[in-house]
Every structure is written in structure tokens, then in C-alpha cells.
Design a protein around this ligand. Sequence first.
Ligand code: DGL
Length: 282
Amino acid sequence: MSHHPSAISPESSRPIGVFDSGIGGLTVVAELRRVLPHERILYIGDTARVPYGGKSAETVTRYSREISDHLIAEGAKLIVVACNTASALSVPTLAPSIEVPLIGVLEPGASAAVKATKNKMIGVIGTKATIGSSAYKKAICTLDTEMTVSSVACPLLVPLIEEGLFEDDVTSVILQRYLDPMLAEGIDTLVLGCTHYPLLKRVIQRICGPSVTLVDSAENCALAVKELLASQTQNPDRTPASNLAAPRLDIVLTDSSEGFLRVAEKSLDLTIDSLSFRQIGK
Ligand code: DGL
């Protein structure tokens, strides 16, 4: 892995680059803020091309590469793929050819689920593309071959969340429909395999009951980033780590989506230092 030229900004102030198809990845930003309060974060939400959840691996990989290149040009010291769909479909292809470390949300979520389950029955919910890729199932069963994984694609959830219907009856009815079969099978752990879903955590927990542990890919991804930065501090030859500059959150959207951004900002209790709009890709 080569070093990124430090001419863009002093190493200590280089941001962590984060991206998602839209606003959902802000759940990861909120967790990054919590575990790494001193870092600068540059977030790109590809609101012009959201949703990724029904698109092909080729398309999502092209989008992910364009955004990663953009983040690297902006000086990102590492990139967090705060989108399960892009993590499932693109990270394996992209990671080897990107000049800074690339962390997806999938592996941290899978390993947290394996640690959380007691009866080895794990449920996974995500977009059609994430579930269709079986990436969670593979990652979980690679860690422990005795795991039983039930997966359900939940394509209606992202639009409901983007509409801000977090505590709405419609959302509860649809969630119940998606979750009932897995609950009947006896899962004791449910992976929220889409970065939008933590915004529905309360209602999902209510439907699942207290005996089901929810695994939030946002939280576990943030912890993986913290570990990576800590390991790089111990190994100064690698891309640099801890930030000494003032913390900031700069957001770039590829199309206007400000309404939902403000809803997410409020419900995640985020402070956004700047918002701009930029075209990325064609
Ligand atoms: N936030 C994305 C994910 O984690 C889903 C949204 C989309 O379909 O683009 O998969």
C-alpha cells in the first residue's frame, strides 16, 4: 500500500473519508464521532444515484471507485464504505487497488453477530443487492461453520427511512411482515445489514423483543476504524493515524437531498460544519 502524497494537507489533519449511496451512512458518522471525537470527517452521500440496493455489482463498484478517488484527491487518510450494499458488492474488488486503507461495514457486523449469538441462529436484513450477494452469510459462516443464517431483503425500508417515517404505523406493519418468519425460526441475533436501519432501531427492537440482540453495522464499523488507527499509531510506517486538528464534519452530496439530511442530523444529534453539492462521475 503506497502513501498518499502529504502535499494536500498536513498528515495530522487529513480527514477520514466516508461514503454511502445517500444519507444512511451518517449512522456510521455518528458512531465515528462517538468513538473518535477528534477526527475530521469528510462524508460523500451519492444522493444523485441513490439507491444502490437494486443495482448490479459492476455499477455499484464503478460508483464506489469514483467516490473513493474523489475522497483520496481530497486527502482522505482512509476510506470507510458506510454502505452495506457497496461493502458487499465492491470492497473485495476495490480494496487492493485503492491507495489508502478501505474499511467496509460487513466484516465488523458479521464478527459482532458471531460474538453476540448464543443459539447460533442469526438473522440478517438488508437491501436486495446485499442479501442477494450472500456476503453476510459467507462472512458469518467463514468465522463459524456452525452458524445458521436467515436473510431477508427489505427493499421498502430505505424509502420509509428517507421519508423520515421512523415511528410510523406503516413502518411497524412492514417490519413485522419482514421479521416474523425469522423470529419464528428462533433467531437470537439480528444484523441490521444496511446503514439506514439503525434509524429504526427502536421499533425493530420492540418487534423483536428483548431476547433478540440487534447488531448495528455502524457501531461495529466505527470500532474497526478506531482499531485500525490505533494500530497505525503503533506502526508509524503506515498511513498516519490520530488527528491533532480540530474535529469537523464536512458533507458533500451529489444532488440536493437537504430535507432528509436535516432529519438525520437531528435524529443522530450531529453537528455539520459544511454542506456542499458536487457532481461525481457521469
Ligand atoms: N445505506 C445503503 C446500505 O447500507 C442502502 C441504501 C441503498 O439502497 O442505496 O446498503
